[in-house]
Every structure is written in structure tokens, then in C-alpha cells.
Design a protein around this ligand. Sequence first.
Ligand code: SF4
Ligand code: SF4
Length: 146
Amino acid sequence: MEREELTNHAVEKAGRVYAWLDTQIREHPNAAGRCDACGKCCDFETFDHRLFVTPPELMYLAAKSGSENIEPMPTGRCPYNVVIACSIYEYRFAGCRIFCCKGDKDFQSALSESALEKFKAICTELGIPYRYSPLADALNGFADIR
Ligand code: SF4
Ligand code: SF4
């Protein structure tokens, strides 16, 4: 499969995972919790929070926002956390969609497990090496090879 075709497949499938996730969250508002979009959890060190991402999620972000917009992450804060708001909100990662400081942790864990299985299946189907990387490693690694 050509690289462009492979990327298109991965992006389309990742989009379906995000749509599925968004539906799950919408249909379970009490368990999902209400996020006030204060941006505090996007400063991982200060908030003591972690975000891990998979290759299809990065491919999705690069395809939708442009690979030149894959930012390195030199600090403990997500580079897309700009003056509170998320600058890539529409294309944000699965963990960003799932995590809510006011949400039910069991609900979030189950959703994360299911989403990861789906991302892993995309990698297996398309022959993409599967990784589950801390956001900083994923972004900094992408910046190195572009
Ligand atoms: S991608 Fe957006 S929502 Fe996710 S950690 Fe970064 S700023 Fe926060
Ligand atoms: S999950 Fe909580 S800390 Fe994170 S942006 Fe929403 S309200 Fe703020």
C-alpha cells in the first residue's frame, strides 16, 4: 500500500474511533463528567496528569492540521494549550476526549481500554508499528523526523 493511501486509511479509521468516543461520552454525561475547559490538566507536570498517544492519533492530527503544526513539547505543558484553550480541539487526542477531572474513573478506564484496542487494531491492519507513547516523546520524535 502506498504511504499516502495508508495514511488516508489510518486517518479515516482514527476519525471513526474519535466519533465513537464522542458518542460514548455524549450518551453517558453523568459518568463522563462536565469539563469546564479550564486547561489546567493540559499542564501535565503541575496537574500531575499524563497523556499517552498512539500513531494513528498523531497521523490524524498531522493530516488534519498539517504536519508543520506538529509541535515539539519542551516542557511539561502540552504545546497546544494556548492561553487556556486547546488550539487543536477538533483534532485532540483520545485521552483528551476521555479525561475529565470530574468524571467517573472506571468509565474513563473502560473507554481508554476500548479506544486503545481500536487504535491497536488500526496499526495491526495497516502494518503500522504500534506505540503507546507519552505525548512529549511522540511530539518530540515526530519533530525530529519531519
Ligand atoms: S491536545 Fe488540547 S486538550 Fe489535549 S492536552 Fe493538549 S491542549 Fe489539552
Ligand atoms: S478536565 Fe478538569 S482540569 Fe481538565 S480542562 Fe476540564 S475542568 Fe479543567
